[in-house]
Design a protein around this ligand. Sequence first.
Ligand SMILES: *Cc1c(COP(=O)(O)O)cnc(C)c1O
Length: 429
Amino acid sequence: MTSPVWHPFTQHGLNEPIPHVVRAQGATLHLADGSTLIDAISSWWVTTHGHCHPRIAAAIAQQASQLDQLIFAAYTHEPAEEVARGLIAMAPRADGQPALAHVFYSDSGSTAVEVALKMALGYWHNLALDGLAEARSRILVLDHSYHGDTIGTMSIGERGVYNAAWQPLLFDVGTIPFPAPGHEQACLAALAAACAEKPAAFIVEPLLLGAGGMLLYSPDILREMAAICRRHDVLFIADEVMTGWGRTGTLFACEQAGVVPDIMAVAKGITGGAIPLAATLATAPIFDAHLSTDRARLFYHSSSYTANAIACAAAAANLAIWREEDVLGRIATLADGIATRLGILAAHPAFANPRQLGTIAAIDLVAADAGYLSDLAPRLRAFFLERGLLLRPLGNTIYLMPPYCLDADQLDRLFAALAEAGDSFGMQP
Ligand SMILES: *Cc1c(COP(=O)(O)O)cnc(C)c1O
């Protein structure tokens, strides 16, 4: 019997296997046929401490029988209040003081970014109403960015085969070249020139462009980008949806550059990866631009499940884990384990461009046909699946983004399979 389920990013016409998972624990997925997989990409970058973390699962169970869901327009509940206080305390600070002082909830990374864009334009719109500034609406983005799959977030992301059908609906943005090694100054000069034209905001994935191919740039460049925006009075938006929650070695990537964005989007690991929730944090000036006795100035955005109480309880448990356990220590140990093995793999002739930031590692397989639509990535996926590993290469870029509980044996198995993939798929000299 064929399934009626239509899967994301899945070409059903190719009849690739769709493993049926019945249970998960730590970094391990248990399949219906009794076999297991190592979840080496944290189930699409969300699972941080490991699957079915007992503290998070308990918080969800407790909250589900106390208060499940509440209209969030002009009502509130303690899990949402607690998480907001926690986020503000943990977010990047200016001179040691909390700077991102307001928290707006939504349900996914895409909505958190959409909310960030709406806040930025709302800010300029309301300042213009008061005659305090010209209205601004243009958004600047980095080349190769990914910010989500809604129409708005596709508009500010890389254009390609994955959004060609909707091209007519996407709005125009200013694209700044990526600061690849040797091109940093060109990037910064282009940003300064674009900022002089008075755009509303510049949005970045701090330090690491994920879906664009695990592309890294330095904290110095991030700091300089933020400074250029500040000089030109352009809002600086950090999309920490993927880089947040310890992925890059610090709780948030912006910390490594000492940068405090005007607006910051978080999602994915905010609940430890157990249940959907997102938040957009804003500084006082962004909030204050919407503060008025005039109803027309309120922030017009909502979804049915805004700040769902069960999701907020999961996030509160995650924040408690971050406060009370040595999560950064676990991340450092994992990052060291990855670095050692990546250094060895880098000597394999089939691989090039090894790179790592915190718990994220990527390496490019030198193969004959490596384009996005080539069948290399699905063949690699099948190769790893046969070896009990959930990996999902981006074209010829193989990356790891494991949960922080991954142990040394699991790491050994992963890197052994990567070397084997190099032997099997690498271009013969
Ligand atoms: C995953 C991702 C998003 C979108 O998040 P969803 O929860 O999938 O909507 C946005 N920005 C970045 C940087 C991401 O990696």
